[in-house]
Design a protein around this ligand. Structure first.
Ligand code: RIB
Ligand code: CA
Length: 312
């Protein structure tokens, strides 16, 4: 079966790191490149984190640094969740994997323009890089097969009651992407909050006993601690890997077409993904929004993904 070609745009970030782990060694996915954006931490830190994860796993995927701040507003980071480095917890050996010289936005434009329109853009951080690429070269837009993002919510946010981090961190970029006309699949907090990485999940994965499972355990023990401190979760919601799990096995998530507007105008609800769940507004749906997830199947996909790596 042909692999799904993807570019993974991310802001590692503990959950981004698990998304990289699943995407980089899957028999269903061809990971063409990892493009990095500021988000969970500054760009200087998120690009180092992406390189460290690839080096630790021994995966030969190019890493490109992209935009270090949002298109319009001031930068937001999530150090309270991901720590000072953006990937606190694991201890990595000296970093030798090089950062690609090409800017991430240039890589996205070049790769899409040279493609047959068969590349999926996966974003698990603020959508700045993809939006900037669309603005820089609008000819890439019809070349994007689909956009699969972790972001938004049709219920409550996690930065404000209205807004989720990846969207509010650069709502203007999200607006550009959501109005691009390309097929969008949105994995919001509504489903990612149903895959809480409880301690028993961490123990289950750690027993696999390879380098990927050790990384998972070291990541999750830090991530779950801060998620408990900040939000009171008994297990950290494993947001970003839901995008990859869906590409590996679409049956893991239930989708519902909805018209989605990104609020870039209001103050109190700035950054909200206004999802017309009931279609009451009569507008054409603009995204397939995740409304449920088979948590057991999700964890099986994660475990299978970790097992694909060789012994430590
Ligand atoms: O709101 C959760 C999202 O924001 C995740 O992608 C997390 O990594 C942060 O980027
Ligand atoms: Ca992320």
């Amino acid at each position: 079966m042909e692999k799904t070609k993807i570019i993974l745009d991310c802001d590692p970030g503990h959950d981004d790191a698990v998304a990289i782990t699943l995407a980089a060694n899957s028999d269903k996915i061809d990971l063409l490149g990892i493009t990095v954006v500021a988000g969970n931490q500054t760009l200087e830190k998120t690009q180092i984190n992406a390189r460290n994860v690839c080096q630790w796993l021994g995966v030969d995927v190019p890493v490109y640094a992209g935009c270090g701040q949002p298109m319009v507003r001031e930068k937001m980071i999530a150090g309270d969740i991901h720590g000072e480095t953006g990937l606190d917890g694991p201890v990595f050996p000296p970093l030798t994997k090089e950062l690609e010289k090409e800017h991430a936005v240039d890589f996205i434009v070049k790769t899409l323009m040279e493609s047959d329109g068969d590349i999926t853009m996966v974003t698990t951080g603020p959508m700045t890089n993809l939006a900037m690429a669309m603005r820089m070269e609008p000819a890439i837009i019809p070349k994007i097969k689909q956009i699969v993002l972790m972001g938004g919510a049709y219920t409550n946010g996690n930065v404000t009651p209205a807004a989720e981090f990846n969207i509010i961190a650069d709502a203007d970029a999200a607006y550009v992407c959501f109005t691009s006309g390309r097929p969008i699949t949105m994995m919001g907090l509504d489903v990612t909050r149903k895959v809480l990485c409880y301690p028993e999940i961490v123990d289950r994965m750690e027993k696999i006993g390879n380098k990927a499972s050790k990384l998972f355990a070291d990541l999750m023990r830090f991530f779950c601690k801060t998620q408990k401190e900040v939000f009171g979760w008994e297990g950290g919601p494993l947001h970003d890997p839901v995008t990859i799990a869906w590409l590996i096995d679409p049956s893991v998530v239930t989708l519902k077409p909805m018209h989605v507007d990104i609020d870039i105008r209001s103050v109190q609800s700035y950054g909200r993904t206004n999802c017309d769940f009931f279609g009451y507004g009569g507008q054409e749906p603009t995204a397939n929004v995740a409304i449920d997830i088979d948590a057991a199947k999700f964890w099986d996909i994660v475990e299978a993904g970790l097992r694909r790596y060789s012994e430590a």
